[in-house]
Design a protein around this ligand. Structure first.
Ligand SMILES: C[S@@+](CC[C@H](N)C(=O)[O-])C[C@H]1O[C@@H](n2cnc3c(N)ncnc32)[C@H](O)[C@@H]1O
Length: 232
């Protein structure tokens, strides 16, 4: 890293020297580590058959992509060592501690209820796992695109009327190749009993048949959707 005020001049001199030390790579597949900081991507892309530009800092690799994205033989990747999961409507966070401890992932739990999150925070005291909690309404909260590897939600989304909009947000918050796992209440096909209809209305639930639920996810661009009735 160059912190010298003459960094630009030094870079001009050093760059050809560094490039001259590379073994021949014309037409080969090249992995550039720390690509977001060193910025050899542009030069390497001119001769490499395929270039994988990798950096641990997401902002750095995005900046690199904004400069060198026109080289179609370059794949830009962020090598974030820890996976990040979002638990939507996390309650007291039981699943979050489990995921963080068992799979060594960073988990963000979001819930509207201060009481639930207070329990979760009490439980987090002294634990070394990477869990954080947000007190917020997940229909209003936004996260930057490509933030999570996994979005998980258990028995929460039944409260939400506008599921299509929520699912589109989930899709954007997930990194490419990310996964979503939802367990939720559904209804069976055909008319519900008067008693059940009254109960659903009283609770303010928005219930769908399983296949229609899966279709909402497909409509939000999710692929390989498996919608299953697990009540049998
Ligand atoms: C039935 S509990 C499930 C909690 C947890 N997922 C579990 O499996 O133990 C539903 C949770 O969703 C939360 N919730 C409902 N609507 C929400 C919203 N719009 N934003 C954030 N949390 C919400 C509630 O506060 C509650 O903690």
């Amino acid at each position: 890293m160059m912190l010298d005020y003459k960094a630009v001049d030094l870079d001009k001199e050093e760059r050809p020297e560094v490039l001259s030390l590379f073994p021949p790579y014309e037409g080969k597949t090249v992995l550039e580590l720390g690509a977001g900081i060193v910025h050899f991507t542009g030069e390497l892309a001119k001769k490499a058959g395929k270039l994988i530009a990798l950096d641990f800092i997401e902002g750095a690799i995005k900046k690199n992509e904004s400069i060198n994205g026109h080289h179609k033989n370059v794949k830009f990747m962020c090598a974030d060592p820890s996976q990040k999961a979002l638990d939507v409507g996390c309650g007291i966070g039981g699943g979050d501690f489990y995921m963080a401890e068992k799979y060594d992932v960073h988990v963000v739990g979001i819930d509207l209820s201060i009481n639930m999150i207070s329990f979760a925070l009490e439980r987090a005291i002294g634990l070394k796992c990477a869990v954080e909690f947000d007190v917020a309404d997940y229909t209003k909260k936004t996260y930057p695109n490509d933030t999570f590897d996994v979005i998980y939600s258990r028995d929460t989304i039944l409260h939400i009327q506008d599921k299509p909009t929520l699912f589109k947000s989930f899709y954007k918050w997930l990194r490419p190749g990310g996964k979503i796992l939802i367990s939720d209440y559904c209804k069976s096909a055909g008319p519900a009993s008067e008693e059940l209809t009254g109960y659903i209305k009283q609770m303010g639930y928005d219930l769908h048949v399983v296949e229609a639920y899966g279709q909402m996810l497909r409509d939000a661009d999710f692929h390989e959707v498996v919608a299953e009735d697990r009540t049998g």
